[in-house]
Ligand binder design. Sequence first.
Ligand code: SF4
Length: 193
Amino acid sequence: MQKKESKEKVENEKEKLLLHACCAVCAAHPFDLLNENFDTTIYFFNPNIYPEKEYLIRRDELINYCEQNEYKYIVEEYEHDRWLEYIKGFESEPEKGARCDKCFDFRLLKTAQKANSLGIKNFTTTLTVSPHKISKNVFASGQKAAQLYGLNFLEYDFKKQDGFLKTMQIAKKNAFYRQQYCGCEFSIRKIEN
Ligand code: SF4
C-alpha cells in the first residue's frame, strides 16, 4: 500500500506533457522514453489521414494500445475538410516538401492549443520517428506553435539512438497494423505512380 502511494506521489511530481501521436506504431517507443520523466498524455489529432476507413483503423489501434496499458489519451474529431483547406495549393508537392511542412503546422498548432487549454506546459510529437520526415522541419513547426502559446516544445528526434529499430520491434511484438503510406490522399498517389 505504501509502495503504491509513493509511486502515485512520484507520478504526481512529474511535469505534464502532451505527446502528439500519429499512430500506435510511432507512439509506443516515444511514450516509453518520455513517460520515465513526464506525466504523459497521448494526443491523437491527424485529420490528414485519408480515407476515413484508414483513419479509423489507425485511431482505434492507438486507443486499444492506450487502454490495454492504461495510458492517458485524448482523441480529436476527424476534420479532413479543414485539413484539405489548409494545405490548398500544395497538393502536388512531393513528400518531405512544403505540403508536409504545412501538415506539421496544422497538427502541432492544434496540439499546442490543446496543451494550453489543459494547462500543460510541455508538448512534442512522434512524427520524428519516421525516416520519411525531416526532423528539423517538424521542430520548426513545433517551435512556431509553442511560441504562439508560450509553451515548451521538446525537440526529440525519436528515430535516433536506434529509435526506429526499437519502434519496429515493438510494432512486431504487438502485431500493430502497419500502414503502407504516410496518410493523405496525395501520399497514396505517390505510391501508386
Ligand atoms: S505525406 Fe504525410 S506528412 Fe506529408 S502532407 Fe501527406 S499526410 Fe502530411
